[in-house]
Design a protein around this ligand. Structure first.
Ligand SMILES: C[S@@+](CC[C@H](N)C(=O)[O-])C[C@H]1O[C@@H](n2cnc3c(N)ncnc32)[C@H](O)[C@@H]1O
Length: 109
């Protein structure tokens, strides 16, 4: 994703947050979103253990509600990696929901 310093990054459907925490090592504003309560709880524990809780936050939500739960936020980069699209009922809705959270000129990676 290139140089992330200073970037606000949303990691969608983060699983247990390892990639979110890798991002948080490179910027001070990383947000993960996942609809699994278990994933969120474990990611928060990992962030504490890694000393990254002040740079990484984890939101418990359905990705289709991201525009509502993150309405005050906008991001330079939105990141989604392997395994996130396979079971989604509406791929176009997923992409447009996330892209609406990008700052002008932001990237959906
Ligand atoms: C295969 S895992 C993602 C793995 C991740 N890319 C990684 O590399 O670690 C899929 C994740 O998507 C989440 N997920 C699936 N559908 C979702 C939805 N509609 N809203 C939010 N999270 C969702 C699941 O809870 C799970 O954590």
């Amino acid at each position: 994703m290139g140089d992330l310093s200073g970037a606000r990054v949303l990691h969608s459907q983060f699983h247990f947050g390892l990639d979110t925490l890798s991002v948080a090592r490179q910027t001070d504003h990383a947000v993960g979103l996942d609809f699994s309560e278990h994933a969120v709880a474990n990611a928060r524990k990992l962030a504490e253990r890694a000393g990254l809780a002040d740079r990484a936050s984890f939101v418990h939500a359905n990705v289709y509600d991201a525009g509502t739960v993150l309405e005050a936020e906008s991001f330079d980069i939105i990141y989604a990696s392997s395994g996130v699209t396979g079971r989604l009922p509406d791929l176009q809705g997923w992409a447009s929901t996330l892209c609406a959270l990008l700052k002008p000129g932001g990237r959906f990676y």
